[in-house]
Design a protein around this ligand. Structure first.
Ligand code: THU
Length: 154
């Protein structure tokens, strides 16, 4: 069987490329996210800011929305994130790896619950040099989930 999956380096490259299409004029911090499905399909997203600052959306939410359209949240296997600033030559720069913000962790946990398995999180620096690998269960332990709603009024 042909391996349709991407290496960690390939997934980081896709996230860095997505960051080049961010709309991040207010923060100057461009983030890209690449999501790999169980069959190797890819969905990408980038942050999209707004003149009304609080309406900005994160790269991960953008990519998760795209993933839902392309193959379904229940098929999400791995997520790569990279962020920094776009240098003079148009490539993403920056030395610190980017881990998903708290809100995005909650959204990724929703996908993990639907998939019924953990999701790998690859955090990369803008320049792609520093890469660390974790899981959503490690980044967001004891998360609030649909199970907590069992006690809601029926
Ligand atoms: N941002 C993301 O897109 N993902 C993260 O995980 C961290 C932060 C964006 C939001 C905002 O547009 C910019 O980065 C600066 O916070």
């Amino acid at each position: 069987m042909t391996d349709t999956h991407h290496s960690t380096a390939e997934l980081v490259a896709l996230a860095r490329s997505a960051a080049q299409r961010a709309h991040a004029r207010y923060s100057g911090f461009s983030v890209g996210c690449a999501i790999e499905a169980e069959d190797g399909s890819i969905a990408t997203g980038s942050n999209m800011e707004n003149a009304c600052y609080r309406l900005g959306t994160c790269a991960e939410i953008s990519a998760l929305t795209s993933a839902q359209q392309a193959f379904g949240l229940d098929k999400v296997r791995r997520i790569a994130v990279a962020g920094g600033h776009i240098g003079a030559d148009g490539t993403l720069t920056g030395a610190q790896s980017v881990t998903p913000c708290g809100g995005c962790r909650q959204a990724i946990a929703e996908a993990a619950a639907l998939a019924d398995h953990d999701i790998e999180i690859v955090s990369a620096s803008g320049d792609g040099v520093t890469v660390s690998v974790s899981t959503i269960s490690a980044l967001l332990p004891a998360s609030f989930s649909a199970d907590n709603l069992d006690d809601a009024e029926k």
